[in-house]
Every structure is written in C-alpha cells, then in structure tokens.
Ligand binder design. Structure first.
Ligand code: XMP
Length: 523
C-alpha cells in the first residue's frame, strides 16, 4: 500500500498534516523524530513529511534527524521547523529573525516549482516562526518568498527535497491543500485510492484479531466518538462487547433516554448495554469543587470507579475500550511531542490498579469529521453520526464554578431551547433554499451557565439570577474555530424564550470568541 510518513517534531498541527494527506486519498502514518532510520526505511514510504516543532534547530538538544534521511531516494517535504532542519542538516543556515513572523502573510510562489504547480503566483499563507532560513543548503533554490522571508519555500528537485517555511496544513493557508496535494500525488506519485472505508475494514479486522474471544467493556457516552467506537467493536466482536453507559447526571436534556433507545434492547446494535444512573453520586463528589481541572479529574475518576464496579458484576473483562480521538490526545499532551493544553477525562486517566488487561482506542488517530465518516461507513444512523460533539465531562465543563442539581437543570433547559431554535432556523432556511444549509450553520452550539448572577427585573420584582452564555462555533477540525454568525432574530428568540421559560436565568450572553484564544468549551 502506498503511504506517506509524517515525522513528528512536536508542532501543534502535526496530526493536521496527516489528515490533509489522508484527504488526498493517501494512507499516512505519524512517527516520532526519534524513530530509527532503519524502521523508516523498512516501512518504505512513498514520501516523508517533516513537521513543525517548538525548538530552534541550532539549540543544544533540539529534535533532529540524520543526513541519511535525505539520501534514501524518497521525496522529503519539510514544514516550518522541518524546513529549517532540512537546511541545517544539509549545510544551510538558520538564524533568529529580529521579529517573529506570525499570522496570515502574502506569499509569492514560483509556479514553475512542482509544489506550486497550477496555483496563482501569489496568495495568503499562515506563518508562525522566529527563525528563518538565511542560507539554503547546496543544490536548493528558492521557490517562494514573502516581504520578510526570502526563502518561504525551497527545492532541490534532483534530490527530491522540498522545504516550506509556512504551514500548508492549516486552513488559513489559502492553497495549503493544493500544495500538499502537489507533493503527495504529483511529486511522490501516490495514486490517491485510499479512503475511509478501508480504515473501517482494517480496524474491524484488527480489533477482531486483537480481541480474539476476550470480553470488552466500552465507556459509552452517547456522543459521536464513543458511539462510533461501539459500532466498530460491535461489528468486530458482537456480544463480547458490553457498553456501559454512565448517566452521570451531566447529560443534555433527555439524552440518557435517547442513547438507550439506540443502543439498548431492541436497538440497531449487537452488544450488551448497561445503563447506570449515577447522577446523585456525581453531584456529591463535585459538591463545592470549582477548579476546572479538578472537576474534569473527578468526573474522569468517577467514570473509572463506575466501570470498575460494573466490570466486577460482569466478571473478568480483558479490554477497556474508549472513544478517544486525536484532538483529545494532542490536547492532553499525550500526542507525541506537543505541549499540554488541558487534560481530557477520557485519556490517560486510568489508575494503575484497574483490573483490565489493555485499553483499546480504535479512533485515536482520527479527527472528528473522519470519525463521522467512519460511522457512516459502519451504517450508524445519520442522526447519531452527525450529532454535534458532546464532551465526556458533559455539562460539568459548561457550568462555570461549582455544580449543583439546580444549575444542571438550568443549563439543560436553556440548552434544549437554544438547540431547538437553531435547528428550527436551519430547517426553515433549508426549506426555502433548496435543501442547502445556511453559511452560519454552526458545527457545535450549546448553552453554558456562567457563574455570574446579576440584577434584573421581572414584572414588578427585582431578580438576582444567573446569566446563560450561548456558544456557537464554526470549525472543521475543532483545533481552531470561529464564532458562528447566528442571525440576530434567532438569538433574540432564544434569549426571550430562555429568560421566560427557564427559572433562575435573567440574562443571556452570546460568545463571540474564536479558538484560539478561547477554547470551545468553557472549562
Ligand atoms: P475545546 O474546549 O478543547 O473543545 O476547544 C474541542 C472539542 O473537544 C470537545 N471536548 C471534549 N471532548 N472530553 C471529550 O470527549 C473532554 O474532556 C472534552 N473537552 C472538550 C469539545 O466539546 C469540542 O468539540
């Protein structure tokens, strides 16, 4: 099978590179920069991409690679740090610029270069670097420049080596996809015949082989990720799979019952389904806890406790399955080389004494939209596959500050109103626009409860109630996001319904923050 190897030097966007390669229809794997050259050679990739990274190539102990990597006769593309490293290792020079070049930057391409073939001579790219290539290694020529960076891209065509200072993998780079396409499909010569269906087939087969006749316990939250994981495992091992659905009392309104309808007795899947109603227990543990990381930890630990108890009832269990997806891995700092942003309860939270042989995480390499696509291939109902994501810690991270049953109820009601109105507005739009969705259609939208109370007036009475925040974002990969422009009238209707129908709320805010600097969730 044709494949591209992405060598990870610890940048934030590394998995995005892999994902873009998969979007070109080419199978892709990520290896740490520490992977021995012999292994890379043995895997025989059709192309190699070196990612960005946080260091400077000239620093002591900086992540590096050997000169031989560039002499394998396999095309290599270096991105940002990877580009600088290529030059540094091959005898060029990298220096610190007086100013960091950051953000959208106009770049001029040499369209005779195969990297930029068929592209306009000029377009916007995403730059994020302090260091710059001050001298190219022998045999290279510049293939792109910006006002501040003379070598925004370079190539040594006869050696099959290409270097790009900017980040083609992020959407801010206007022709990023095309540039990566040019590399993997034209320069590396990959046919582009890989697709998600083969991921599903391979994963189901691999799970079947790995699990054998073992028993599997899955943490089913009812969100897209764990549902797709359940679908994969159910296809692989059927009734050997037991899904424990913990209703932690932090789910959206009516969600527990909806999940039970799909996965429980009489549903579409061949598996054992157990629902545990643990709300009270969670509220007790979370009582008075305000620190976000602590809340996440408690919710995560309590999950594990519940599983332990269920596992004991079930008897010996060999595997614990989880619906961890790639962004969870990255942001927990477990994704190879990149830095910790915040911990996700469904990653790495297992204490040593839990009595399972091994963890299975079949979605660990996928982004959200790839998970949905895998779900469709598995025949999971569209309503579930296209459901907006819901975090494992649930409303626990959408209630700022301490959690009480009363606050949960408030946010559930407000959220249900908000989602209902947004869904109606989208449906109305579609009905009058030939079935197409409006541009503002958010990829994730929910209400959160700020811990702020303020003075208001209701009838003749002074009120002192909570403020609800409405969040709606447009995002492709959940690593970056922009606030969605929900029409004013929809927001007004939602606001009016919330303050009228939800007791304890007298004010509604709309969050306009992007990610970065905000995260999508509030904690
Ligand atoms: P953030 O808030 O990190 O969210 O910008 C990015 C995406 O991840 C979801 N999210 C989580 N999912 N466990 C999960 O399974 C978590 O702890 C968690 N925290 C955030 C969030 O809803 C968004 O889709």
């Amino acid at each position: 099978m044709q494949k591209i190897k992405v060598i990870d030097f610890g940048g934030q966007y590394n998995q995005l590179v892999a994902r873009r390669v998969r979007e070109c229809g080419v199978y892709c794997e990520i290896d740490s920069y520490r992977t021995p050259l012999e292994k890379i050679k043995a895997d025989a990739p059709d192309g190699i991409i070196l990612t960005g990274g946080p260091s400077s190539v000239y620093e002591e102990g900086a992540a590096t690679c050997s000169r031989e990597l560039f002499e394998l006769g396999i095309p290599v593309l270096g991105l940002c740090y990877g580009a600088q490293l290529m030059m540094h290792v091959l005898g060029g020079k990298v220096e610190r610029a007086s100013e960091r070049e950051y953000g959208k930057t106009e770049c001029e391409f040499d369209t005779d270069s195969s990297l930029f073939a068929e592209l306009p001579g000029k377009s916007v790219v995403w730059m994020s670097h302090f260091d710059y290539i001050s001298k190219m290694a022998d045999g290279f020529k510049s293939a792109a420049h910006t006002a501040n960076t003379p070598v925004a891209a370079a190539e040594n065509v006869s050696a099959g080596l290409y270097a790009i200072q900017f980040h083609p993998e992020v959407l801010h780079t206007e022709y990023g996809k095309e540039i990566l396409f040019n590399f993997v499909r034209n320069i590396c010569g990959c046919a582009g015949d890989w697709e998600m269906g083969s991921f599903v087939e391979r994963t189901v087969a691999a799970l079947r082989e790995k699990i054998g006749d073992g028993k599997v316990l899955l943490a089913l939250s009812g969100g897209v990720d764990s549902s797709v994981a359940a679908g994969l495992l159910s296809r692989a091992v059927g009734k050997q799979l037991t899904c424990v659905f913990v209703d932690h009392g932090l789910l959206r309104k009516d969600e527990g019952d909806e999940v039970e309808a799909v996965f429980g007795e009489g549903g579409d899947f061949d598996l054992n389904f157990i629902r545990v109603n643990a709300g009270e227990r969670y509220y007790e543990k979370l009582s008075g806890v305000t620190e976000p990381e602590r809340k996440r930890k408690i919710i995560g630990e309590e999950f594990i406790r519940v599983f332990e108890e269920e596992a004991k009832k079930i008897g010996a269990v060999d595997y614990l399955a989880q619906g961890t997806i790639y962004p969870d891995v990255v942001e927990s700092g477990l994704g190879g080389e990149s830095a910790v942003i915040k911990s996700h309860h469904n990653v790495g939270g297992l204490p040593d004494f839990v009595d399972f042989k091994e963890i299975v995480e079949p979605l660990r390499d996928l982004f959200k939209d790839e998970v949905r696509e895998a779900g469709r291939r598995l025949g999971i109902p569209e309503a579930l596959v296209s459901r907006q994501p819901f975090p494992g810690p649930g409303l626990g991270i959408r209630i700022i500050g301490d959690i009480t049953a009363e606050k949960v109820k408030i946010v559930q009601e407000a959220d249900a109103i908000y989602r209902e109105e947004v869904d109606n507005a989208i449906a109305d739009w579609k009905a009058s626009h030939g079935g197409t969705a409006p541009d503002w259609k958010p990829d994730q939208y929910f209400a959160a409860l700020t811990n702020m109370r303020s003075v208001g007036v209701m009838g003749d009475e002074r009120t002192y109630d909570y403020a609800v925040a409405l969040r709606a974002v447009k995002t492709v990969d959940f690593m970056t996001a922009e606030s969605a422009q929900i029409p004013w009238e929809v927001l007004q209707k939602v606001t009016s319904r919330i303050v009228n129908e939800v007791r304890g709320v007298n004010r509604v805010f709309y969050d306009l923050t992007g990610k970065p600097p905000g995260t999508i969730e509030f904690e």
